[in-house]
Design a binder for this molecule. Structure first.
Ligand code: UDP
Ligand code: MG
Length: 339
């Protein structure tokens, strides 16, 4: 390939493309082909950072062989499966570009939009994020739950988190440095980017169906993802307890008045049904509220351990030494030192 600059000097990287990959073997070559085509149109030095998130289908070997063939590819092999958001975090930490494109490895986010995103950024935006107009190949169930999730999240959160967005976005280096400086373990990256602020632009696009393979977000993971997002961006659910307490306190008081009245009037009722239902309702609400407390407490516990967010097993690149010098998670203030 006739490159303009070599990638050996990371300071020359203008554009980084970062994609987390979990069992994406079947589509990774096509992904590489389309991303490469989009990057070459930009006539700038670029790198493609592919993070293998503990795949079991040979994705790692596929990435490493790309990294051997193409000097633009940096393969990062994590020590195990850490999940989508952490894998993405790893890639964002190792990438060196002045502008950073985040996209899924399954080609649901079209790399061909890069040109339009770059043009918007030239106008002075720090973040250009894709906003889905249409979603192909996704069940009505996923669409309905996603829409409900964003409605609740927007109500709870102090910063508006735009609906129908994924992690597909182009970011400036300064925005990314702010993101990389956030040390938290429970990462809801699209929300964290909203939290940063600066100038952000929503670019509408049509989300395609997966090129190959199937989603790694079954219902169970979607629920965990939603709980992570809500607890990361709001403590309002904790207040839920006091509100419920107040409501039921008032109801209880009214009931007490009624009981006294009934007793005075000599109308003592059998009353088992009402007692049983009150007990059941109060009992389940107490458990629910305890559960909410537990969610936050557990997260506080995990955060206080201050473990690194991920462990890298191996880096594959034609210039691995230089990438290895990138700062560690526990020293985020050094983020600006490279690039
Ligand atoms: N992914 C990952 N680790 C995981 C699950 C997913 O790195 O544990 C990657 C996956 O390879 C893809 C992106 O995260 O590039 C989004 O995952 P997926 O396409 O399964 O989610 P969906 O598009 O269905 O929401
Ligand atoms: Mg997908």
């Amino acid at each position: 390939m006739g490159e303009l600059l070599t990638v050996a000097d990371g300071r020359n990287v203008v554009l980084s493309v970062v994609a987390p990959c979990y069992n994406e073997r079947a589509g990774i070559e096509e992904f590489h082909r389309r991303v490469t085509a989009a990057c070459q149109q930009q006539q700038a030095n670029y790198e493609i950072v592919l993070v293998n998130d503990g795949s079991t289908d040979g994705t790692r070997e596929a990435i490493f062989s790309l990294a051997k063939r193409d000097q633009h590819v940096v393969g990062i092999d994590l020590a195990r499966n850490y999940g989508h958001q952490i894998a993405l975090t790893a890639g964002l930490e190792f990438c060196r570009g002045q502008r950073i494109l985040i996209l899924d490895a399954d080609l649901q986010d079209p790399p061909e939009l890069l040109g339009r995103m770059m043009a918007k950024m030239d106008e002075g935006y720090d973040v250009v994020y894709g906003q889905r107009e249409e979603r192909e190949g996704e069940s009505w169930f996923k669409l309905a739950t996603a829409s409900l999730f964003y409605r609740i999240l927007t109500k709870l959160s102090d910063v508006p988190i735009p609906a129908n967005t994924g992690d597909f976005r182009l970011m400036s280096r300064r925005a990314l440095d702010h993101l990389n400086a956030m040390p938290e373990r429970y990462r809801f990256i699209r929300g964290m980017v909203s939290w940063i602020g600066l100038r952000q632009y929503a670019l509408p696009y049509k989300r395609e169906g997966r090129f190959a393979g199937e989603t790694h977000y079954p219902l169970r993971k979607m629920v965990i993802f939603a709980i992570d997002a809500m607890t990361s961006f709001s403590v309002k659910p904790l207040r839920f307890a006091s509100h419920l307490g107040l409501t039921f306190g008032l109801l209880g008081f009214a009931l007490l008045l009624y009981t006294i009245f009934a007793w005075v009037a000599g109308r003592v009722l059998p009353g088992w049904t009402s007692l049983a239902s009150i007990m059941l309702i109060l009992g389940s609400i107490q458990l629910l509220v305890l559960g909410i407390f537990g969610e936050y407490l557990g997260r506080m516990y995990m955060e206080t351990k201050r473990r690194p967010l991920f462990i890298v097993n191996e880096i594959a690149s034609l210039a691995p030494d230089e990438i290895g010098q990138v700062q560690r998670r526990d020293a985020p203030h050094k983020a600006a030192a490279h690039g």
